[in-house]
Design a protein around this ligand. Structure first.
Ligand code: NAD
Length: 454
């Protein structure tokens, strides 16, 4: 019998789960209801798949009724971050287990409410960390667990988001830090989760610096930039940071056409007023076992990707990833596209999309580790993640499935980093978030299989 699901939050991210339920996981999962405050987006997702013709559409106020009436076993939460805790707690209390997008939640009080609800109900919460399943990140995990570089003592990790993807966090709800905890929580929880998982260590103390240095009205004015229209001009010459929702059928249907219902503007100027989310962040983090992380995030880079170096007592592993080598304004052609220019050697940029994992032991030559190519999103990682969610966890020696404890650990650095940004002091994670949340007795706290009968 397929597991009975409801999904709340029918925006962009919902699509990955809904396509899986309508497609490869149709035998594992039955979608019974979709809930959202916006009827336009609910209908958009219902109409994308014939299999969803009979699915009930409702507002979030109906969550408990729907869980009870339809005996929903799992609720998938893909709403904006600030709402996660409420829906996780409500779903658990109504008797369902939860699959929730990262970040699990955005601050310490709401993390506590989730922990209390799990303890009270015995329900299970799975946080979906798709980056763990990406073949290159898995390859680095294998190197570390093989012991080849010895005991890990430090990690340096830099992540750069470009003027396309990075800018997108400053166009909509993420631009207001109260909606997401800022990029420290919203975005970097992916990265901190990777460090936790790679090193098998738990964050203990955080010192953070950062701020809003590029996006926002004040920064633009300080650079002498002319004020831009609130949502761009689109027709004729326009700023390369503008997003024209009309150019993309999906964006148009999901956001522009649905705007009439709730006024959600997906395409606000990244140089407009009201931005409180930082675009530059750094942190130094102490972990259990003496591991130290040096982390940096920049959200206005000309290219996108990351560099991570893991120093061990026997050597060092380095992973370098270029996800996008350059951002090309709409209507222009990439110099990296060989068909676009006559002399590629002269005109092509110096950076190329790709990934490279290099391991070097002390007193030995470096060797490049082959990264297996997968198909689909995140190098095949999304398909593996979806199998774990919908079919149950197969034996995984790499321990990629993540429960609520991993969820708390992933947001710990960001939440405590935010406190450090405010106070200018290093922050103890146990004090800031609660030792029982991030270092409970796993045997007592870890759930067995998601969806098992309570
Ligand atoms: N793992 C990843 O790689 C990844 C990628 C993108 C987004 N996400 C996560 O997915 C979540 C959703 O992001 P998105 O990009 O889809 O955002 P979105 O704005 O496109 O979609 C959010 C949806 O939630 C609805 N919503 C807002 N408030 C609601 C409420 N109170 N009750 C019910 N519905 C409500 C909105 O109407 C919208 O349809 C976020 O938590 C984000 O962090 C994860």
């Amino acid at each position: 019998m397929p597991t009975r699901y409801a999904l709340i939050g029918t925006g962009h991210r919902a699509q990955m789960y809904l396509d899986a339920i309508a497609g490869p996981h149709a035998a594992d999962a039955e979608l019974v209801a979709m809930l959202d405050t916006n009827p336009g987006r609910r209908e958009f997702h219902r109409d994308r798949h014939e299999a969803f013709a009979g699915v009930e559409l409702a507002g979030p106020e109906d969550l408990e009724r729907i869980i009870a009436e339809h005996r929903i076993q799992r609720v998938i939460v893909t709403t904006p971050d600030r709402t996660h805790a409420d829906f996780v707690v409500r779903a658990l209390e109504a008797g369902a287990d939860v699959v929730v997008e990262k970040p699990l939640t955005i601050d310490a009080p709401s993390a506590r409410r989730i922990e209390d609800a799990i303890a009270r109900t015995g329900g299970k919460v799975l946080v979906t960390f798709n980056y763990r399943y990406s073949p290159r990140n898995t390859a680095l995990k294998r190197i570390i667990t093989s012991g080849e570089i010895g005991e890990v003592v430090s990690v340096t990790f830099e992540w750069v988001l470009d003027t396309q993807h990075g800018a997108d966090y400053f166009r909509r709800w993420h631009r207001d830090k109260t909606n997401s905890g800022g990029l420290f929580v919203h975005k970097a929880s992916h990265h901190f989760d990777l460090v936790n998982w790679w090193t098998d260590a738990v964050p203990e103390r955080v010192y953070a610096r950062g701020g809003l240095r590029f996006y926002g009205q004040d920064n633009a004015a300080a650079r002498g930039q002319e004020p831009l229209p609130a949502r761009g001009t689109h027709d004729g010459p326009h700023d390369p940071f503008e997003l024209d929702l009309r150019e993309d059928e999906r964006l148009r249907a999901l956001y522009l056409d649905a705007e009439q219902h709730d006024g959600y503007q997906r395409d606000q100027s990244v140089f407009g007023p009201g931005i409180t989310t930082e675009d530059n962040l750094t942190a130094i983090v102490d972990y259990t076992g003496g591991v130290v992380l040096t982390y940096a995030l920049n959200a206005h880079s000309p290219w996108e990707g990351y560099r991570v170096a893991v120093n061990g007592t026997a050597g060092r592993a380095e992973l370098e990833v270029v996800e996008r080598a350059e951002v090309v304004p709409a209507g222009e052609e990439s110099v990296l596209d060989p068909s676009a220019v006559a002399d590629t050697t002269a005109a092509a940029g110096a950076r190329h999309r790709g990934e490279r994992l290099v391991v070097q032991k002390h007193f030995e030559a470096a060797r490049e580790v082959e990264i297996p190519a997968g198909e689909g999103g995140h190098g095949g990682g999304d398909a593996l993640l979806l199998s774990d969610i919908f079919e149950g966890v197969a034996e995984d020696p790499l321990g990629r499935t993540s429960d609520h404890i991993d969820g708390f650990r992933a947001i710990a650095v960001g939440i405590c980093g935010n406190v450090s940004l405010e106070t200018g002091q290093a922050v103890d994670v146990d004090d800031c978030l609660g030792v029982d949340l991030i270092r409970p007795q796993r045997s007592q706290a870890a759930p067995a299989a998601l969806g098992a009968a309570r």
